[in-house]
Structures are given as C-alpha cells and as structure tokens.
Design a protein around this ligand. Structure first.
Ligand code: PBE
Length: 295
C-alpha cells in the first residue's frame, strides 16, 4: 500500500516537472517568476483605469493563475520600495509620468498585444454647464498645457518633501512664460469659485495643484476635492465639481467618459506622452508580459 502511494506521488512529481519544463520551453528566466511573486501583480485603487486594463491583461495573456492586488498608489510604491531595498522581484501596475522612474531603475514589460493602449494623453474636462457659467475660467482651463518634464518636476518636489502647494508655487515661479500663455486673454476676477476634483495619484496631485495656484493668482477661490476615480467623474457630471485636469484618454478613462458623455465637455489635451503598463525593477530578467505565463 505504502509503496503504491509513494509511486503515485513520484509519478505526479515527474509529470509536474515535465509539464512546467514544457510550459516554459526551457526558458529559465521565467521559470519561477510566478512562484517568486506569489502570482501577484501589485496594483492600486480599484477604480483606476490601469486596474481595469490589468484585468484585461490577465484575460488576454491567459494568466488565469495570477491575481492583481488592489491598494493605492502609496501602498504600491511602498511595496516597490521595500522590494527594491531587498532586491526582491515585484511586478507593479506603473505609469508615466511618475517620480518612481527617477527614483528607481525600472522598466516596462513589453505588451505585444497592446492591451494597455498606445501613448495616451491627459485631458482637461469640465461640466457641460461650466463654459457658460464661467467662460473666463474655461478659457484658462482650455489653455492649460504642459509637458511630462514639467509635471515631473512638481512630482519630484512633492516626493522630496515640499508641500503640494509649495511645489506648485515654485514651479509657477520658475515657469512664468508658460503660465502667461495659459493666462492670455483671461481676466482677473474677484472671489469667484472654481471647484476642481482629482484623485490622489501623484500626476494628478501635481497638475491639479498647479492649476489651482494659477487660478488663485487670477483671483479665484479654488476648492480642491480629492475623490476616487469613479466619484470624480460622477461629481463632475453632476456639477458638484466644475473641472478636472485628470482624464487619461483615449483608453484609460474611456469607460467613465462614455458613461457621463452628455454631461461633460472635453477641452482637449493638457499633456502628451503618457504610458501605462506592468513595471518591474531592471534587475529582473523578464522583459515581456508573455514571460509571466507559466502554463
Ligand atoms: N493612473 C494615473 C490613472 C490615471 C492617472 C494611471 C493611475 C488610472 O489608471 O486611472
């Protein structure tokens, strides 16, 4: 009896080894990557577009044995920091612009199926009644645009310990030419209010605070409301907020834009050259999402 069960166990071990060897096609770089990270991708807030895209990645690449751990941007960057300090493997949902690429040596995993979409843009979107209500502020919001490097500077300052407002003010002071372009033809006002909503992603903290500070210089009272991604679009559609500078399009926030389509006005691009994907420390050997497949 004992001998038979031992033989069965041995048989399973042999079959198991054969299967895993065969699945990996002798490619040792990915042999244990799933096991090493517990088949887990370290993600962020469930309402974000990148989490939805990552669920799609799991489907499209046949990664049914993997899970995406939700959390927030700060829990994700804390896990990343810890892994890098210990030179451990980690796979995160990452995007550009982000200070993490300045702080750590990171790389995107190739996405041959293009699930994360091509290069995207960030758009400024207002409640559809706002243009009529405040054409002056709308003109300014429409003229707001900057580069990933500009945004990066503000993000790094905040990451380095400056308050969000201080970082925004410092950038504005150093970039008067750009700011004057945004203010061209915009009048100063006295005590009108603009309500801006945003999500606490580093990129949106940076942009929203810069826009808020310039509006304050123009004489506006600015209310900043920090919300989840879904609430941000819903609040904007309802009119409890006037504007956001945080819509990643055409793919990442397409669902939200479609859902509230008739309540929103898209003022167009405020930043070009964003990217989303799975990101790992450069010391990891894997290079493509395909490398996560173990079956
Ligand atoms: N992000 C940052 C957002 C858009 C901005 C990539 C985390 C998202 O995935 O919805």
């Amino acid at each position: 009896m004992k001998k038979i069960s031992l033989a069965i166990v041995a048989l399973f071990v042999v079959i198991g080894m054969a299967l895993s060897g065969c699945g990996n096609k002798g490619n040792d770089k990915n042999e244990f990557i799933g096991d090493k990270v517990n088949h887990t991708i370290t993600g962020i807030d469930p309402g974000s577009g990148i989490m939805k895209a990552t669920d799609q990645v799991i489907k499209d690449y046949g990664l049914s044995d993997w899970k995406v751990q939700s959390g927030s941007e700060s829990t994700m960057t804390a896990s990343l920091d810890k892994a890098i300090k210990n030179k451990k493997p980690i796979i995160i949902t990452g995007w550009t612009p982000h200070w993490m690429f300045s702080k750590y040596d990171l790389k995107y995993l190739e996405d041959p199926k293009g699930v994360y979409g091509k290069d995207e843009e960030i758009h400024t979107v207002i409640n559809k009644n706002f243009a009529k209500k405040d054409p002056n502020a709308t003109k300014f919001l429409d003229q707001f645009n900057w580069s990933p490097d500009d945004m990066g500077k503000v993000m790094l300052d905040i990451q380095g310990g400056k308050s969000e407002q201080e970082a925004a003010k410092a950038w504005i002071k150093a970039n008067q030419d750009k700011v004057n372009q945004w203010k061209k033809g915009v009048n100063k006002v006295n005590g009108k209010t603009v309500k801006l909503a945003y999500v606490s992603w580093a990129s949106e903290i940076a942009s929203t605070n810069v826009v808020a500070e310039v509006l304050r210089d123009l004489g506006y009272n600015v209310n900043l409301e920090q919300l989840g991604a879904g609430q941000m679009f819903a609040g904007l559609a309802k009119g409890s907020d006037d504007a956001i500078v945080a819509a990643w399009l055409p793919s990442t926030h397409a669902d939200y834009m479609n859902q509230f389509n008739n309540k929103l006005t898209d003022l167009g691009t405020n930043l070009k050259g964003t990217k989303l994907g799975l990101v790992v420390p450069k010391y990891m050997k894997i290079n493509s999402i395909e490398d996560l497949k173990t079956k």
